[in-house]
Structure formats: C-alpha cells, structure tokens
Design a protein around this ligand. Structure first.
Ligand SMILES: [Zn+2]
Length: 269
C-alpha cells in the first residue's frame, strides 16, 4: 500500500476575501501581505531551515483555542484520538483544539467522494473562517477509523492540524520537482483544485531556489509539513511522503509563532 498524500486546498476568491477581513480583525499583522494577490512574498536566500507560514492567514500570536466538531458522528474513541493528535502541537505552542457539539471553527469530515473533497486536506490558518457554512468541512480525513495504524495518525492528522494552525507546505526541493511530470501535475491540480497551469507552476512546479518564503530557501524534508505529492503526478509513479511526525524544528517553529508564555490560549470569536 502506498501512503496517501495531502492535496493543498485553497478557498474560492469570495471565501478568501471574507477570511482575509476576519484575519485582519484577529491579527492586524496579517496585513503585511495579501495572499490573494501573491502566494509567496519575495525573500532572501539562505537562513535557517524552518516551516513556512502564510503570513496572511496567521492566528494571533497570543495563542488560539479552536473549537472542533465532527460532521459525520465518528465513535467517541476515534474523536478522542483525532483530538489528541491535533493537540500534539500544544506541546510547545499556545494552541488548543477543543471539541464542541455547537458551531465550530474546525469541522472535520471523512468523505471519500466527490473527488473534489475526498482525500486528506485542510484549509490554512484563518482561511478556515472563510468557509462560513457550518455544514461544510474545513478538514477532511478520508476513511479514518480506529483501525488506522498509529503512524498514520501522526503523519496525517498532525500534518492537517498544522495547516489549520497556519503552516503551509514546506518548500519543494529541486531534486523533488525534477521528478514531477508537468503535464500530469497540471491536469491533476486542474481537476482537484481548479488551478490554472500558472497556479500549478507557482505552487508545485517551482523549486525552492527560485521561490522563497519568509526569507528562507532551505526546506526541511523531514518536517511534518514537507510538501506531499501524489504518485499520480510523478514520473516514476512514487509519491513524495515527507515527514512522518512533528520534528524538533517543527515544534520550535510552532512555539515561535504562538509562544506559550504570553497568555492562555483564547477562543477565537
Ligand atoms: Zn498538506
């Protein structure tokens, strides 16, 4: 069995615009750049290895408490286990996912169809606020049950929770980009994301030495947020899996985004 990979999820323009307004209310420093216009800011070469974060979709540095609701009524033990793995980030960061049966910031489904929502994905950071209907998921964990191996809870659930906290995929390394079949990739992201060829070029096909974020160009291939790519778009048919758990650098970066000493996490309103 090959590992399933996460497919980047981007809200519609209208959803993004609403989410952007809310993101500015919550965290005025999100005004530093507009993701709607530009996905990656110009940066410098070099610097330490770290995750990238979407500045435009960051939760407040004071920490966050996000409510979570499961849309399809999974058993209690599974709900507990999913929350446990999402809360793994709370080891170093001032973040907390708490279950609710009412309106929730984070809504989790396990849909396997249609193709546009199947698979593993989450919207990034405050972009989840752009998905205003309480019946729509902000995260999908297709087919997750208690019989999934522990390693999949670490690899997938922690990764998707990382997106919800505002962490985007780690940069592509040149040696990985070289393995991608451009035509297959363009078709794949057209079907799955509605991306134009140009968007797929920017998001997936541009290696890290010509694209940079937050002033770094060196990706951490062992980061839990390392870019994941499905086998279907690779020349050799083998998926890029990325990190298998939150590593020390991920924990340190999460702590720097949402430091614990500031205050107790606050519920987002
Ligand atoms: Zn992902």
């Amino acid at each position: 069995m090959t590992d399933r990979t996460c497919t980047p999820k981007v809200p519609t323009r209208a959803e993004l615009e609403y989410a952007h307004r809310r993101a500015l209310e919550l965290n005025p420093s999100n005004a530093q750049r507009s993701r709607i216009i530009e996905r990656t800011p110009p940066g410098r070469r070099g610097g330490k290895r770290r995750l990238i974060i979407d500045l435009n979709s960051r939760w407040p540095v004071t920490g966050i408490r996000l409510t979570v609701r499961f849309l399809d009524g999974p058993p209690t033990d599974l709900k507990k286990k999913l929350l446990l793995h999402m809360n793994a980030w709370g080891k170093t960061a001032n973040v907390e996912f708490v279950p609710t049966s009412g309106d929730a910031h984070v809504r989790i489904s396990r849909l396997d169809r249609p193709d546009s929502v199947a698979g593993y994905w989450s919207y990034v950071g405050t972009q989840i606020l752009g998905i205003r209907s309480q019946s729509r998921p902000t995260m999908n964990l297709e087919g997750f049950t208690m019989s999934m191996p522990e390693s999949e809870f670490k690899r997938v659930v922690r990764h998707e929770a990382g997106h919800t906290l505002g962490f985007e995929h780690e940069h592509m390394r040149k040696e990985l980009v070289r393995l991608i079949d451009r035509n297959k990739a363009i078709r794949f992201f057209d079907v799955n994301q509605g991306w134009t060829a140009q968007e797929t070029d920017e998001q997936v096909l541009t290696p890290l030495d010509t694209r940079s974020t937050m002033g770094t160009t060196e990706a951490d291939p062992l980061s839990i947020m390392c870019y994941q790519l499905p086998g279907a778009i690779m020349k050799n048919g083998k998926p890029i899996i990325g990190g298998r758990d939150i590593n020390t650098k991920d924990f340190a970066f999460a702590a720097s985004c949402y430091p614990k000493k500031v205050s107790r996490p606050r519920t987002v309103r």
